[in-house]
Design a binder for this molecule. Sequence first.
Ligand SMILES: *Cc1c(COP(=O)(O)O)cnc(C)c1O
Length: 493
Amino acid sequence: MKFISTRGGEKVTGAKAIVQGLSANGGLFVPEKFPQVSKNELEEMLSLSYPERATKILIKYLDDYDEKELLSACEKAYAKFEGGDPAPLVRLDDGVYMLELFHGPTCAFKDMALTLLPYLLRKGCDICGIKEEILVLVATSGDTGKAALEGFKDADGVKITVFYPSEGVSKMQKLQMCTQEGGNVNVVAVKGNFDDCQTAVKEIFSNEEYNKKLLEKGVRLSSANSINFGRLAPQIAYYFSAYLDLVSSNQIETGEEIDFTVPTGNFGNILAAYYAKQMGLPIRRLHCASNSNKILTDFLATGVYDTNREFYKTTSPSMDILVSSNLERLLFEISGRDTKLTSKRMSALKSEGKYEITSEELEKIIQTFDGGFANEETCVEAMYDVFIDTGYTMDTHTGCAMKVAVDWFEANKKDETKMVIVCTASPYKFPQDVLYAVTGNDVKDSFKGIKRLHAATAMAVPKCLQNLRDKPLRFTKTADSKKLFEEVLEFLK
Ligand SMILES: *Cc1c(COP(=O)(O)O)cnc(C)c1O
């Protein structure tokens, strides 16, 4: 399988696509064609474990990797999840299921990909004949940084440095990162907000002199952000696995179409669902859920993607995004894989903050996708209603998805298609907001929030958050955004 860029030019192997991350002209790597999974193959996957199912899907794209080794890497990655099943499906009601993707080491769905990425990246380098040590640099607004640190902790031949804005992550997120264990990790606070931090890290990636200096030291830079195909591929697997679980628990017949509702930020998670559909998984509709930053809801209604709007800070921070980078991959498919048109739209986005697709293209998109959003009140209401009616507690991101799913049920009363709602974070990751939603109580302290939430819901507290309070702080440094390269050199000493 070869990969091409959404903006034309390159054609590379899977290993190269992962190692390089982004094509030279700024485009995103996409598979030359979608590998297919037949009904027979689906049925054969029914009896497999999660790592085995994931391997079957991944190897179709990454056929330059060794299947046995990939399986062993998947087994190791998914053994880090609590409770045995890394992607359990919980039945909420007749026809409504919660796909819980938050049982990994950092309690958010990003663990599904970031526990496996170190293997895909290191092995990818070996396949490409790259001998240097890899240094992964991450600028994070919160969740990705911690998930990347956990994923890369003590991985062979790889080091990682995470930069986070000193004024821009929650107390819990900061604690999670600053207590990080591992001999190959570094965490630095950067003075300023997320944009300052991201810009400074981008400058290191694009500075030729910096990169040359590092290569002389035997170090090559790499990134772990969500446009890397190595982040996308492991996410396709859980859509298959959820479907298979519905079949094996007799909720559906093989071949029956189902819907997914996905809380969406950078459009990575929901794009993986679209890829699964393109591979032949019987998916009918994908419901794209946003918070008050409802740029995708508006796009799906009008065909205009316009970032010239107010930005809201919400209680679902991982969805506070105005530029959904992975949408480029969908635009590419919908345009009939037109690289010129995709490039043109992406440069319009850069220069004017806006682009528009044709009505024929929008028609094609809405055959599969629809969009909706929750504001702060309707998110809380959806979380509360489900808690009261069923006893199920969800986090604020999943709460947005729940609101969108409930709106769909209201508008389509006779619809009997089964609905899977994708749960992206543990409720304990946002304890104060979730506590407020289900009990109306406000507490100031996160740990008190965890305690109260446990008392209110009796839900087990994940180990990684429970232990946090007693862990020693390892990283306390704050750096000027102009001095990040010095920080990198210092760490490599
Ligand atoms: C990252 C994240 C999202 C958004 O996922 P995308 O792939 O960026 O659409 C939603 N919820 C949580 C909890 C996340 O961490």
